[in-house]
Each structure stands twice: as C-alpha cells, then as structure tokens.
Design a protein around this ligand. Structure first.
Ligand code: AMP
Length: 215
C-alpha cells in the first residue's frame, strides 16, 4: 500500500500515520520528522532548515525532492509507505509522479484529512512531542502526571518551536496558499478521499481504514 496523508498542520497526520504504520506494517515517512532529526544532528540540511521551519515557511522544493527521492528508492519503502508532509506544493506533487513512474509503482490512495482552523490553533498549542520516540500528546486529551516525560519510552517531552500560535497562523496561511492546491491535483487523478479529522483518534483511524478497505 502506498499512501499519502494530506491535510493542514494539526489535523493529525502524524498520529494517524503512526497507527497505520503499525497496523499495515509499512513505514511512516514524515518529511517534518526527517528535517527535525537533521536539526538535532546539526547537519548542513538541519542548519538550513531550522530558521525556515521556525518561521513557519516551507523548505525549498529542491531540497525536499532530494530527500524524498532517496527515501522512496531505499529498500525500506519496497513494500509500501505512508507519506506524511509530502508533497506540500504542486511542483513536489509533479515530481512525485515522475519519481513513482521511474520506480514503476503507483499510489494507492490520498487521504485528505479535514479540520476547522480554530481547532488547529487549539490543538497545536496543546501538543507535546517525545524527543526520543516521536509520540504525540495533546494536553487537552492526555492526562499526563508528568508533562516532561513520555509514558511510552520515558523520553523528554517538548513543544515544537513552530507550534506557537503566531507561527501556527503563518503555517495555516502557507498551507492555503501553497499546499491546498495539491488537493485539486489529486482530485483530478481520482485518488483523493476526504476524511473528517475532527473526531477522536480512534474514530478518524476507523474512517481512514474504511476508505482503504472499501475505496
Ligand atoms: P510537519 O512536521 O509536517 O508539520 O513539518 C514541519 C515543517 O517542516 C514545515 O512547516 C516545513 O517548514 C518543513 N517541511 C516538512 N515537509 C516539507 C515539505 N514537503 N516541503 C517543504 N517544507 C516541508
């Protein structure tokens, strides 16, 4: 299965991708996670990406396409993948088509997760992420006795620099200007399926699995 989870920041792509990755035994490919890992590792890419990410802007198409080309060609993705955060612009979506054609594979489905903007700002201001295992928490839902510690692996929890309300609003503007047009692109290809991202994690997961099993 080769999936794209598409939608605005905060809709729950990362959370759902992790669940689907376990259930379907295919890797979760998050370009945002890869960039954050590069920032932590202090690589050239990380140094370039940090300021752009903190400002809520998009990293250049050239860089992102290079990253995704390497991942999709790797043995890790041989049995399928879940893309989270890519493609984020129409040029990225176009290059993905030729990349998949080169590899002689096709996308199974694009899940478009939908949510109200007000809910995004609320959710992201309460989001904590584990530095070690990447587990995502929401302080409105998860009752954490210790807000600094991951209940899964004991790793340190932190708030992403780009989850501050003013940066979230910037990310939403960037989403509607540069990323939302990608939706039209997939609508024409007949691959796009809408899923309401406003429900509980379990309900949204069921809705996605229903789309995947019944089309
Ligand atoms: P995410 O974790 O998907 O919310 O991504 C965090 C940030 O990483 C974004 O706000 C962008 O700055 C950058 N980023 C991740 N994926 C892409 C992409 N496909 N194209 C451009 N920038 C990206």
């Amino acid at each position: 299965m080769r999936l794209i989870l598409f939608g605005p920041p905060g809709v729950g792509k990362g959370t759902q991708a992790k669940l689907l990755s376990t259930k379907l035994s295919i890797p979760h490919i998050s370009t945002g996670d890869m960039l954050r890992e590069a920032v932590v590792a202090g690589t050239e890419l990380g140094k370039k990406a940090k300021a752009i990410m903190d400002a809520g802007q998009l990293v250049s198409d050239d860089i992102m396409i290079g990253i995704i080309r390497d991942v999709l060609r790797s043995p890790r993705c041989a049995k399928g993948f879940i893309l989270d955060g890519f493609p984020r612009t129409v040029p990225q979506a176009k290059v993905l088509i030729s990349l998949l054609a080169e590899l002689n594979i096709a996308l199974t489905c694009v899940i478009n997760m939908e949510i109200d903007e007000a809910e995004v700002v609320q959710r992201l201001s309460r989001r904590l992420t584990c530095k070690k295992c990447g587990k995502i928490y929401n302080l409105g839902i998860d009752k954490l006795a210790d807000q600094k510690k991951c209940t899964n692996c004991g790793g340190e929890l932190y708030q992403r620099d780009d989850d501050k309300p003013e940066t979230v609003r910037k990310r939403l503007r960037v989403y509607s200007e540069s990323t939302a047009p990608v939706k039209e692109f997939y609508k024409h290809s007949g691959l796009l399926n809408n899923v309401n991202g406003m429900g509980s994690i379990e309900d949204v997961n069921k809705a996605i699995l229903a789309v995947l099993h019944h089309g």
